[in-house]
Design a protein around this ligand. Sequence first.
Ligand code: AMP
Length: 404
Amino acid sequence: MLILPPATIGILGSGQLGRMLALAARRSGYRIHVFSPEANSPAGQVADREFVAAYDDLAAVRDFARSVDVVTYEFENVPLATAETCAAIVPLRPGPQALRVAQNRLREKTFFVENGLPTVPFAAVHSLTDLQTGLAQIGCPALLKTAVSGYDGKGQIKLNHPDEAAGAWQAVGEVDCILEGWVAFERELSMVAARDVNGRIAHYNLIENSHANHILDVSVAPANVPPPVLAQAEAMVQTVLTALDVVGVLCVEFFLTPTPGRLLLNEIAPRPHNSGHLTIEACVTSQFEQQLRTVCGLPVGDTTYLRPAAMANLLGDLWSFSYEETEEQKGERKISAKSAKSVDKNRTPNWPAVLTHPHRKLHLYGKESARPGRKMGHLTALASSAAEAEKIVRGARRRLETGD
Ligand code: AMP
């Protein structure tokens, strides 16, 4: 059954991904209801109705589900009971199985192995003894990651020596973890794709990602990879989408290893992804429009890139940018060389530097407080080559920082 405008789309979660879905949906005359514990949220600000309640308030979840025609989610840590409560009332897309796999790193990596998908060496860790055994098998360096609720490098510890096991086990809070072998990858890539109710799949071309402090920093597309790598990624993404019976959008993150052309799966997200934000300007159908289409039972849209593109994240740090002071300034303020960085807490980024430029696109998510590491917005640029787009977007972000 097609879900057509002015039907109401329900979103679990209310961050920037929900906001961009809501904006795409409103353009086509759909209504949006969001559910999260936060009021005046990025998605709530542009929704028709904001349900503010705890995820485990199942009576409120039921009210929300009864008010919409379909439910989707914008982050994978939605509690399963919340998702299943919705699914008993209206279609939940993607279904609970995608959520179940994506919200636990151990289940996720086990799912890869069971489906013949290459991934990093790993071991399950439920105790210090498991960690020591795992380190003996996998070797160092290795990464200890909490099995649930880790993102952007949170809940991750690198171990360079087996002696560090006890300290690391304590530092993660002695909770269920996964131990992963350290991958000396050449590049990080991601592929966003969608699958419709009839099982048709549409892939976007590969995106190349660079991270800073474990947080996505810059994405560039299409990634410059040999055709066999692209074909390999498409085949693996197809396996994931089909095995999880996904109706909706899903992103797979890969490591490209030095072994020529070998891709390893890192993780999956059954929703649009930060690396896919550039599809808003660069593609015929953005990842958010694609999410809208597929959850509404429409066929997948055209994923062609109209132009190469690059995206740079704008983190809260930009609002309190620290800059190196000259020797002269240091002298005047009588600060030691050790504290040579100065922080201006009330700084406003230099918006005219990007907004007055005809080819730069600014996205801000409406978040009130800018904390370091918090994703506040992003910049996108299109150009005649991906390298040129990257240069433009990095330069534009620098101008936001420096005010030049
Ligand atoms: P994750 O949250 O698992 O995607 O990790 C965040 C980032 O940490 C990744 O994008 C990589 O840059 C890095 N990372 C994660 N796992 C590994 C690994 N097994 N080996 C090397 N780097 C990793």
